[in-house]
Write a protein that binds this ligand. Structure first.
Ligand code: ADP
Ligand code: TRP
Length: 322
């Protein structure tokens, strides 16, 4: 059976896109695998963007609580914080010595970030090497990720093969697993939902704030009576990824017939979100009142993760001659 591994950065509260695109599919795969999986919070990657210790800590907690609220089973999976396994930075160094600078220069994510962020630090540039180390450190076979992470996975496979070819079989070559049906959940502005834009839906907000966020979704300005093309409507696109097939069909029909306004459609989406995520919201709120429990689980996970990390590092060190 395959060893599943994935990480999520703690650059903010995980939003609907992260949850549907990364967290739910990863937990599902991990819970149904016979092998122990590795699910972690990439809080060292977050340092490329966040320089406030309280924010970094809080985001890390919120990310952990989200994983747990979406049924991560910490007995079946090794659940940990990246920063609790410092061995990963040593491996990242070795890998970076086996990867051409010119290839890193071609990374789309670095280009996007360096075009948009004020703080273009070298951590952003070497980000793919730390991510490769995250994956190769645990002999992972399958890495569930969003489409935007595919290039990073290609780099991971590439650096692992280069190392294996030059130094002898050392690393397992991982494969990416991309979720098809949830590719790119859109945000309230119709663009890809992202923590770095102000277009997210945070399902863990209290009811009133959540409703307000949904009411912000941008729409065309057709009247209630007019027939509407559901596939061009941001509210419908979001409804489609949340609601049951039956509900989606019903709403589709109402759009094409006319007689439904955007306000009502948003109201339906809001209730659908509350409905679908009511148990997860409850668990999340419970964990925010029990932070010590989350900390305890993360530390237990770190002990298991470090053991594996130290084994792999021993293998790598002997290959490079240390
Ligand atoms: P963000 O773009 O909000 O900063 P991250 O880059 O931290 O999100 O992504 C964490 C995980 O969530 C990745 O696997 C990514 O592909 C997935 N993801 C992020 N945004 C979306 C989205 N809008 N739709 C689907 N998956 C997403
Ligand atoms: N770069 C990933 C993202 O932004 C997060 C991440 C860090 C990751 N290390 C990883 C994902 C290892 C999968 C495997 O989403």
């Amino acid at each position: 059976m395959a060893k599943i591994l994935t990480g999520i950065q703690s650059t903010g509260t995980p939003h609907l896109g992260n949850i549907l695109g990364a967290i739910i599919p990863a937990v599902k795969m991990a819970n149904s695998s016979n092998e122990e999986s590795y699910l972690f919070i990439a809080n060292m990657h977050s340092l490329t963007q966040i320089k406030d210790q309280n924010i970094l800590k809080e985001n890390t907690f919120l990310t952990a609580a989200t994983w747990l609220a979406f049924d991560l089973d910490s007995k079946k999976s090794c659940f940990f914080r990246q920063s609790d396994v410092p061995e990963v930075t040593e491996l990242a160094w070795y890998l970076s010595c086996f990867f051409p600078y010119q290839r890193l220069r071609l990374a789309h994510s670095f280009k996007d970030k360096s075009d948009n962020l004020k703080d273009v630090n070298s951590g952003l540039f070497t980000y793919p090497m730390l991510m490769s180390a995250d994956i190769l450190m645990y002999d992972a076979n399958i890495v569930p990720v969003g489409k935007d992470q595919l290039q990073h996975l290609e780099m991971t496979r590439d650096v692992a093969s280069r190392f294996n070819n030059l130094m002898g079989e050392t690393f397992v070559i991982p494969e990416a697993k991309v979720q098809d049906d949830t590719n790119y959940i859109i945000g309230t502005d119709g663009e890809k939902m992202s923590k770095s834009k102000s277009n997210i839906i945070d399902i863990f907000l209290d009811d009133k704030k959540l409703r307000k966020q949904i009411m912000k979704i941008q729409t065309q300005s057709l009247s209630v009576e007019e027939a509407k093309n559901p596939d061009q409507c941001n509210v419908f696109k979001l409804f489609k990824v949340i609601a049951s097939d039956d509900e989606v069909k019903k709403l589709h029909l109402r759009y094409t017939k006319g007689g439904i306004g955007y306000g009502e459609a948003k109201e339906l989406l809001y209730h659908e979100i509350l409905n679908r995520f009511s148990i997860n919201r409850e668990k999340f709120f419970e964990l925010t009142n029990n932070r010590d429990r989350v900390e305890e689980l993360l530390l237990e996970g770190a002990i298991k993760a470090r053991k594996q990390a130290q084994n792999v590092l021993k293998r790598v060190r002997s290959r490079v001659g240390y």
